[in-house]
Design a protein around this ligand. Structure first.
Ligand SMILES: Nc1ncnc2c1ncn2[C@@H]1O[C@H](COP(=O)(O)OP(=O)(O)OP(=O)(O)O)[C@@H](O)[C@H]1O
Length: 330
C-alpha cells in the first residue's frame, strides 16, 4: 500500500479503522471498502458519511468512494461455476455504454454463447427500450427473478422492467444495491456469460456492484474526445483499484458516416481511445462509427448487432475479441 493510503487511513474515524478491509488511493481517487457487519441501515449511512467527511478534505483527494460489505468473517467468494460476468463501464454518461452493452450481448449470442444482460444503470435504465422489452414484467419463483427472454436469444433483467419509468431516480445507495442484487441473484442457470450495463461513472453504486458481484472482466467505452478520455482513464483506474481485469477499450462515435453522401468525417476526433488503450497497456477492442442508423435502430428496439450491416459488423468485431478473451481466461 502506498504511503498516501497509509496516511489517509490515520484520518478515518475509529469505528471505520476497525472495520476497514481495503483503502486504495490512485490519482486522488480514494476507494474505501468497509465491513458493515452488524450495522442497521442508519448505522451504515452514518459510517459512510463519516468516512467521506474525514477523507474529502484531505490534501490531494478529489473523490471518495465507499463500499460497505457484509461481515468480514464471511468466506471469501469461491470461484463460481455459474456464468462469467463482464461489466461494461464508462467514465461518464452518454458515450454509448448502454448501446454497446446491448449489442455486445446480442453479438455474443450470435457467436453461440448463452448470454444474459443485466441493466445495472438503475438511474437511467435504457435496456428495455434497446432490447424491445418495454412494459414487460419478469416473473419470480423461489423468490428469485426469472430473466425475460428476447427475440435475439439474450435473456435480460433491468430495473426498468421492475418499476415505473423514472421511479428509481430517487433511490439512495443501499436501495440501489438491493435492486442490483436481485437482478444478479436471479435464475441465471444455463447462461455462459452475463453482460452488465453499469451506471456511468465510478461512484459508490459501481463500487458496491463490483465488490459484491466480482466481474471477471470489464469493457470500457469512450468517445474519442479528450474530455471523455480523461473520464475513461478514471474508469480504467477504478477497475484496476477494484482488481477487475480490463478486457479492453471500445471507441464509440468514432468517425461520422454521412447518411447522404457516405463521406466520413471525425466530429469527435478519431483514434483517441485507441491511443489511450495502447498507452495504458490495455487491449483495443474496436471502433464503432457515429452513425444515425445506430441511434434510429437502437431507439426502435432493433439492436444493429443482430443484422449484417456495416454497423452490425462493427459490434460483431468487438464481440469476437471479447469471446476470445473469455476463451483464453476460461
Ligand atoms: N455509435 C453511435 N452512433 C450514433 N448514435 C449513437 C451511437 N452510440 C450511441 N448512440 C446514441 O447516443 C445516445 C446515448 O447512448 P447510450 O444511452 O448508449 O449511452 P450511455 O453511455 O449508456 O448513456 P447513459 O450514461 O445516459 O446511460 C443514444 O441516443 C444512442 O442511440
Amino acid at each position: 500500500m502506498s504511503a498516501d493510503a497509509e496516511a489517509l487511513k490515520t484520518l478515518l474515524p475509529e469505528d471505520a479503522k476497525r472495520r476497514l478491509s481495503t483503502l486504495l488511493e490512485r490519482q486522488g481517487a480514494v476507494t474505501v471498502v468497509l465491513d458493515a457487519g452488524g450495522l442497521d441501515q442508519l448505522g451504515r449511512d452514518k459510517l459512510e458519511i463519516a468516512v467521506k467527511a474525514a477523507l474529502r478534505g484531505a490534501e490531494g483527494v478529489s473523490e471518495v468512494r465507499v463500499a460497505l460489505t457484509a461481515d468480514k468473517a464471511e468466506p471469501a467468494p469461491v470461484p463460481r461455476n455459474g456464468p462469467r460476468i463482464i461489466a461494461v463501464g464508462s467514465g461518464k454518461g452518454g458515450v454509448g455504454k448502454s448501446t454497446l452493452s446491448a449489442n455486445l450481448a446480442v453479438a455474443l449470442a450470435r457467436l453461440g454463447l448463452r448470454v444474459g444482460l443485466v441493466d445495472a444503470d438503475i438511474y437511467g435504465p435504457s435496456q428495455p427500450r434497446l432490447m424491445a422489452s418495454e412494459g414487460r414484467k419478469p416473473t419470480a419463483h423461489d423468490e428469485k427473478l426469472v430473466p425475460l427472454d428476447t427475440q435475439w436469444g439474450v435473456r435480460m433483467l433491468s430495473v426498468g422492467n421492475l418499476v415505473e419509468p423514472g421511479r428509481a431516480v430517487a433511490w439512495r445507495g443501499p436501495m440501489a444495491g438491493g435492486a442490483l442484487g436481485q437482478l444478479m441473484d436471479a435464475h441465471w442457470d444455463n447462461t455462459d456469460v452475463i453482460v452488465i450495463d453499469l451506471p456511468p461513472g465510478t461512484g459508490d453504486v459501481q463500487l458496491t456492484m463490483v465488490q459484491k458481484h466480482k466481474p471477471d472482466g470489464a469493457v470500457i467505452v469512450s468517445t474519442p474526445q479528450d474530455l471523455a478520455l480523461i473520464d475513461a482513464t478514471r474508469a480504467m483506474n477504478f477497475f484496476e483499484q477494484t482488481r477487475v481485469p480490463v478486457i479492453g477499450m471500445v471507441e464509440n462515435m468514432s468517425g461520422y458516416v454521412c447518411p447522404h453522401c457516405g463521406e466520413e468525417s471525425d466530429p469527435f476526433g478519431h483514434g483517441g481511445a485507441q491511443d489511450m488503450a495502447v498507452k495504458g497497456g490495455v487491449a483495443f477492442l474496436g471502433h464503432i462509427p457515429l452513425d444515425l442508423a445506430i441511434r434510429q435502430e437502437s431507439d426502435a428496439g432493433r439492436p444493429p448487432a443482430a443484422g449484417d450491416t456495416a454497423q452490425g459488423q462493427a459490434f460483431m468485431a468487438v464481440a469476437r475479441k471479447v469471446a476470445d478473451w473469455l476463451e483464453q481466461t476460461a
